[in-house]
Every structure is written in C-alpha cells, then in structure tokens.
Design a protein around this ligand. Sequence first.
Ligand code: F6P
Length: 363
Amino acid sequence: MTISKIGILTGGGDCPGLNAVIRGVVKSAIIRHDWQVIGIEDGFDGLLKLDKCRPLTLESVRGILPRGGTILGTTNRGNPFDYPVERDGKITRVDLSGRVVENIRTLGIEALIAVGGEGSLKIALDLAKKGVPVVGVPKTIDNDLRETDFTFGYNTALETATDALDKLHTTAESHHRVMILEVMGRYAGWIALESGIAGGADVILIPEIPFHLEPICAAVKKRSARGSHFSIVVAAEGAFPAGGDRVVAKEADERHSIERLGGIGQYVARQIEQCLEMDVRVTVLGHLQRGGSPTTFDRALGSRLGTKAVQMVAAGEFGRMACLKGRRITSVPIAEATRELKLVDPEGEIVRTAEDLGIVMGR
Ligand code: F6P
C-alpha cells in the first residue's frame, strides 16, 4: 500500500516528550517520504469532529522539542467506543467508533499514529480491529506499560520527584519533621520507588506492596534514636494499607470512568502522628510531575519512537507499538503491550536494592 497521508494524535494524560514524538513523526514523514501529516486535536475526540484536524508542517513543529505538554492537546476522558453523551438531561454511553472510522476516511488518512498509555492504545487496537491501519507509541509518566523498558516522560517525572525530595530533606532536617511526598502512580509504584531511592527516602510506599504502619513508625523511631530527628516518606498515590483501600479524592461518575486518587499522604501523616510525637507535613507533587521540559533522555526516546512509528507505517507494520527493549527501538503487537500493566515486582531487584539500603517498604 502506498501512503501519502498519515494522522497523529496524542491521548491520555499529557507527558513530557510528547512534542518530541510529534516532531519526530512530522519531520521523518515529510523529509523521508514526502507524506502529508494531519494533526488530530485532543486525542480520539478530535476524530469525532472534522474541524479538529489540521495539517502539520515542518514549521508547525519548529522549536517544540524542549516544550512540555502536547501541541495537539489531549484528553483522558471519552473513549469513542463508550462515549458519554447527554440525552434528555441524562448522561448515556454510546458507541461513536463508526463516526471515527468514517472521519478518518473522509480526511484521507491512510494510517494513524496513536501516542498514548494503556487506555489510548486499547482504543487504537479496537480501531485496528475495525480496519484502521494503526501504529502505537507508548506514553506515560507512570512507566507502567508492558513490552517497553521505559516510556518517555517517566525520566522527567523522576527528575521532578527527586528534586522535590532533595528540597524536602533540608527543611525536614531543620525542623526535625517527618516529610511525606505523595507522587503519581495509580497502579504502579515506579515513580515512588526510583525517586525514593535516588532522593534518599527512608520509607517508600507503593501500590504493589500493601503497607503496615508498625514498620513505618519503627523506622522513624530508629532514626531518631540514632540522632537523625527527621524522616522522608515517599508514597505513590495508589499505595494503600494492608487490608484497606486506595484513598479516593473523587469518585467516578457518568463522565469519568475511573475515580481520582489522592490523599494517601495525609492518611499516612495522621497515622504517624498517632504513633509518634513528631511533626508531620505532606507535600502532594501532583501534576508538576507531568509538566516541564523533557529531560535529554525523554527527548531522545520520544524522537526515536516517533521516527520508528513512521518507519513502521512505511513497512506496513500495523497493529503494533514502537518500543524500547534494552538499548534498541523495536516493535511489539499492541495487544501484547496492553494485555496487563507492568507493575513493580515486590521481590524484584529494585525493591531489594531499596531494602538493602535500609529503606522501609511498609512490610
Ligand atoms: O498519567 C497517569 C497519571 O499520572 C496517574 O498516575 C494519575 O492517576 C493520573 O495521571 C491523573 O490524571 P488526571 O488528573 O489528569 O486525570
């Protein structure tokens, strides 16, 4: 099949490095193949309306490499196969995927590059099943996508979290306090674990290891007894106590299919204050982790994945996702990558490293 026009969209939560991917796609599609590139705004939502699609040129991507976010916009709501629409004052869910396929045809898009996390790539796969030639590019700061060693954005998020830990250290030490840093990580604790190790945390709490309070309090006490009258705790937003639940900031509703997490830091703070007479403060790092200029690693990875996606389109490798294995960029079936999430192994090498360093994992 000869290609002359491709489309690109970015879906799910934004992430530093998305613009590097867009630039990689646009530059290689134009420079190598002389293809036209259509930028689709706001993820798959942009394929529901024709006016949300615009041509991307070399000028459109000039200067975007160091910029966070995505020039195309994104959304982590609204799956076209299960789309919330208001009817008679009530929200109902309808399948609008037929309209998406029709619009792709109307626009003359012969292949679609979908940059996204697990949710967006599953939508891409469902479109592939409807006959749309799709290539996926993995994205998430959480680094929880299978079949790729790293996702771009993760490295930048780690830098932000580690920098926050460095800053919390000095104030914790000055005030003899326990400082808790709540970081992102709904199902996977990669950010908490690796920033915690890099930032010298004393306690790391991740969703993969339900925590107990006793070892946390014992660790803080032990440090005080040794003369270190402060401690640093990193908690992934999805961490939860053994036998308990994740802390939900906002329940799911008709428009938001998953609940918003948040509050585990405050929960742990209250518990520590009850077992120890120490001042505890909580910092929620939140969306700062998703913002900012991508690190060198993420710019390079994003550029490599973007150009690889174009190579895959040229080779007709559809239904697959570009990925990083070791030092090599290669590709895997999207179905494999989205089969289940890549979680931290509680008995794996990185957790072992943390525990060998004396970091308490709440068990
Ligand atoms: O990108 C994934 C993630 O960072 C999760 O860790 C977090 O739960 C979610 O995004 C929050 O997204 P938002 O606030 O944009 O809905």
